[in-house]
Design a protein around this ligand. Sequence first.
Ligand SMILES: [Mn+2]
Length: 380
Amino acid sequence: MPWSTKVGGKRHKFDIRTTNYEKGACIINRLQRMRQQMLKEKIDAYVVIRPENGRYISGFSGGEATLYVTAEKAFLLTDFRYIEQAKGQAPEFEIIMTGQDHFAFLEELGLKAQRVGFEGDYVTYVDYEKLKGSFPRAELLSLPNLVSYLRSVKDAAEIELIHQAVRIADDAFAAVLQVIEIGQTEDEIGMNLEFSMRRAGASGGSFEFIVASGVRSSMPHATASLKQIQWGEFLTMDFGARYQGYCSDITRTVFLGNPEDKHREVYETVLAAQRAGIKAVAPGRTGKEVDAVARKVIEEAGYGDYFGHGLGHSVGLAIHEGPNLNMREERILEPGMVITVEPGIYIPDWGGVRIEDIVVVTENGCKVLTQAPKEFIILE
Ligand SMILES: [Mn+2]
């Protein structure tokens, strides 16, 4: 049944059961690319459990499924609750109804397999023991990146869905600025953001929002609390929407009342670093190189010790994906990667500022998706 919703002032149509990008050609292409990776790794089967990887490869958005992919076949194992959905969303897969324990069904499917890959960064020890039981004669290989590396370069349809999630968050920021009042709790502000985004078509927030005011803003990951906002404080809001499975992530820091010179200085330093970081994003650069460009701006302003996290991370079906922008990231940026640029300065017992946009790596640089204003906003 076609359904439409209004997002970012534009009307969008999508199918309520399966989104277009998940159908047909796109999934076949992803399976092909996955099989090429399997050939490279010399494995004859791969087990997918991580929900985002499963969704990417099969189209099934139900979360609780195990995929078993070989050179010729592709199986999706799930239980009664998801059978109808799986048949609708994953036509390229043979659907097998299991009980709650999917692994028990792998033994029969994998009788001939000799080398079987799995997501070693996701499978629990308990599940690993079960996997060993299902493949008594095969060698099990931890290959955590086999599917997730495929996910790092987004196709046009994926970029459009992320862009929608970004527009929804941009609109929610504009809306929340209209209703922020002294005395509101951080939690209320978070709820207002989420409500706006749900109303605009988001299925929910893309993570637990960070709303941090005053001294709490010096904690980079302070989730919204019952603290009331007051005059003379920074207010940092880090939030995002989930739209058709895809995430957005945005941070804005505003000031309530009259800022002192130091508030302005810290804000302008973070903004300069953020702009420098965006300018540095280009194909061929490593995450480490881009991080260094933004970090240098903060270091030269004398705040180097107060920027203790990486510059950014990729987003897609998951809120945090690789490659990252940080001091260790050696992966090279490629066109189609979608990544955040989010430097910050956090001074304990004083406050902090973070500014975050999402960009898409293009052929010669990047395109900024986030449109919410980032000049120093003062609410009076
Ligand atoms: Mn982020």
